[in-house]
Every structure is written in C-alpha cells, then in structure tokens.
Design a protein around this ligand. Structure first.
Ligand SMILES: Cc1ncc(COP(=O)(O)O)c(C=O)c1O
Length: 403
C-alpha cells in the first residue's frame, strides 16, 4: 500500500491533493486558493485539450532581460558563494541611491536609508511583522482593493486586523480618505498604497501621498508605498513617495521585476525613513531573504542603465496601443490609468467580470476577472500585457472576432 504522510484525498487532473493531518494555521486554512492558481488551472485544462491560450492573466513579463545584465550575473559567479549579508552589497545600495537621485531627484544615504530585498514580494509580505504591535493597540493594517493580495495576506499571517479601502472609479481609483471608519488611523500600524496601481493603472499624485504621509505622522502609523510599476508609464514619469519633503514614517518598495523584466532574478529594495530601514536590517537576517550576491551584482548593472528600460517601455506601449485600439473599436471602455503593464477594462453591461473572462477564455484569451482582485474589481477585467508582440497581435485578432 502507498503511504503519503498525510491524507491523500481528491485527485485533480494530474496530481493527488495531500491534506496534512495536523491542524495548520487558521489563517492558512481561511486563505482561499490564490486566485491566479484557479486561473492557471482553467488555462491548463484548455491547453490539455490541445487548444490555444494567449495568457494575459498573470503579470510575469516575458520580454528578455538585457544582455549586459545577464553577463553581469554570469560574471558574479564564484567557486564558492557564501551566505549573502542581509544589508546587501555596498555597491548595490549605492547603485540604488544613484538611480533614485537620477529618477526622482532625491538624495538618499545608501548606508542608512536603503536595504535590498529578494524581489519585493517577500518584503511586502513580511513588513507587517516589523511594525505591528497588537497588544499595544496597533493591530491594524490598511490595504486597498482591488489590489495585489500580498500586503493583506502578509498582514493576516502576522495576526493583524486587515481593513480594505475600496478603490472606485468615481473617486479616480484613489482611496476616499475622508470616508474611512472612525478610529481607523488610531489602530493602524501600517497603511499600504500602490501607485502606479495594479490593477487599475492609476497614478496617485504626489499631493495624495503627501496627505497620507501627514496622516501617518499625525497618527503614528507607517506609510508603505509599493512602487513596483513606477517605470512602466505612458504619459509622464509617476512620482515616488521618496520625493516627499519629510520621509519620517514613510518607506517605498521597488523592484527590478517589471522595470527590467527580471522577475526570476528576485531583486528589489526598500528605502526611506532611516529608523524603519534600521528596523528592517534588524528583522531581515531572521528571514534569510538577502538576494544572492551574483543577483546583487547583476542588479548594480540593471539600476545603472536606463536605455533598456526605455526600450521595454516602448514595447509595452506598442502592445497597449494595439489592444486598446481593438477594445475601443468594439465599444469596450478603458477605465484604467496611464501606467503599469495592465489594462483595466470595463465589462459590457449585463456581464460579470468572471462571465466575461470565461467568454474570452473560451476563445483562447486569458484575462483576470476583476473580482479575483477584490470585491470592488467587479465590473472590470484586467489584461496583463505580458505576451510577446506577436501573441498580442493574435489576441487582437481573436478579440476582433469574439467581442
Ligand atoms: C503591486 C505589486 N507589488 C509588488 C509586486 C512584487 O513583485 P516582485 O516580488 O517581483 O518584486 C507585484 C508583482 O506582481 C505587484 O503586482
């Protein structure tokens, strides 16, 4: 008889599902299947039937990484690679500081205000653990929805009360700060903003970041600005929270994943308030998530070059214009803003976001139902402009027929 070290139960198309017999974390048990897993399963089922799927679902860029960055990665390999230090290589912190100065006109102290991260996801997920003080009355983490689920999930695993502020079109997809529940700021340990925003593509003006930062100082919470898409813009370069006059209680998270098509490298940074960066330097050695040294060396080259970013942006612009053209001609409304690799498209009257996405998948185009990204995402679908230009042309042809 086969032993599976747990109870083997349901069987999906290609795998047995194992369920442990131990109780597990209630937060984990309450966590629904990560929405993209459901999406990928639907696409896989279609592919298994030999049918075409053009994947505009998950935001994993498929554009090649620049050759000079790849070369720096290879050159960074040594006969023996020791543990990387959590504070990162001084060269990398300096390269990030130079980029921040070039891009945002802000001088940061690379020794005190920057810490590299293994991509930004792990840092976003774990940040609540650094600032939450449940017994001290700071038990709440505020996130926006629809949105990237990781800040909320990380907060829940840290034991926080998670409050979601909705992003509505009539409010420019910005949180309505005047409508927050009474007492929210007093219980908040951490408030997340994400601009340019996934999924809406909206750019928060510096004034709105300024307002949140003064609330953070007034009420003693931390403002965390997730700026993963700051370099994918199509009108003017979006501002950063790092440009605020006072960085007290403010940190920004950025990454090479989208800027330089380097998702697989896992390389990002947190920068801002020196006291918070010091807290991260104390916390992060516990995690073991310092980027590998060869990745850090490749990252020095990536942050130092802007030419490949300009090229990448133009590639996204081409794909964006192509799909917006067909969607517009078919009467679908682009509700989204001028940045990110996403299109946020209103679904036709009478259809749900899931129903509309299912109709497109039946024709071979995979998009994300807005509902998967939060209740206020109902009424929209998200197109991730990640397939190659050629695949996007094919997607446009399918959309032309099916819409
Ligand atoms: C809003 C947002 N922030 C952060 C990330 C994390 O990116 P990475 O961990 O690759 O740096 C993503 C990834 O999709 C994202 O959409």
């Amino acid at each position: 008889m086969r032993r599976c070290g747990g109870s083997c139960s349901a069987r999906t198309s290609d795998a047995i599902v194992y369920r442990p017999v131990v109780p597990l974390s209630p937060v984990l048990r309450a966590t629904a299947t990560y929405p993209f897993v459901r999406l990928n399963e639907a696409a896989a089922a279609r592919r298994a039937r030999g049918l075409e799927v053009i994947d505009l679902g998950m935001g994993d860029p498929r554009e090649p990484t620049d050759a000079a960055i790849l070369q720096a990665l290879r050159d960074g390999l040594r006969d023996r690679m020791g543990y990387p230090a959590a504070v990162g290589l001084p060269e990398l912190r300096k390269a990030v500081a130079r980029w921040v100065e070039r891009r945002f006109g802000v001088l940061l102290d690379p020794g005190a205000q920057i810490v590299p991260t293994l991509g930004s996801k792990e840092a976003i997920f774990s940040f609540a653990q650094v600032v939450l003080d449940v017994t001290g009355g700071r038990d709440t983490v505020v996130v926006t929805e629809p949105g990237y689920p990781v800040p909320g999930r990380g907060a829940a695993f840290a034991g926080a009360r998670v409050v979601e502020l909705p992003l509505h079109e009539e409010h420019g997809f910005l949180p309505a700060l005047d409508d927050v529940p009474d007492g929210l700021w007093e219980r908040a340990a951490l408030v997340w903003v994400n601009s340019p925003n996934n999924p809406t593509g909206t750019v928060a003006p510096l004034a709105s970041l300024e307002r949140l930062a003064s609330l953070a100082r007034e009420h003693d919470f931390v403002l965390a600005s997730d700026e993963a898409y700051s370099e994918l813009w199509f009108d003017e370069p979006p501002p950063s929270a790092l440009q605020l006059d006072d960085l007290t209680n403010v940190v920004a998270f950025n990454t090479l994943s989208k800027r330089s098509s380097m998702t697989g490298f896992r390389s990002g940074f947190v920068a801002g308030d020196a006291g918070l960066v010091a807290a991260l330097k104390q916390f992060r050695p516990n995690l073991g998530t310092a980027p590998q040294e060869f990745v850090q060396r490749a990252s020095v080259v990536a942050w130092g070059d802007e030419e490949h970013v300009v090229h990448l942006r133009e590639t996204y612009r081409g794909k964006r214009d192509l799909l917006l053209d067909v969607l517009g001609r078919k009467g679908l409304r682009n509700a989204g803003g001028p940045a990110t690799m996403y299109l946020w498209i209103a679904v036709p009257d009478g259809e749900t976001s899931e129903g509309h996405a299912a109709r497109l998948l039946d024709a071979g185009v995979l998009v994300t139902p807005g509902r998967f990204l939060g209740p206020s995402g109902e009424g929209y679908v998200r197109y991730a402009l990640v397939p190659t230009e050629q695949e996007c042309v094919r997607a446009a042809t399918i959309l032309e027929e099916v819409l």
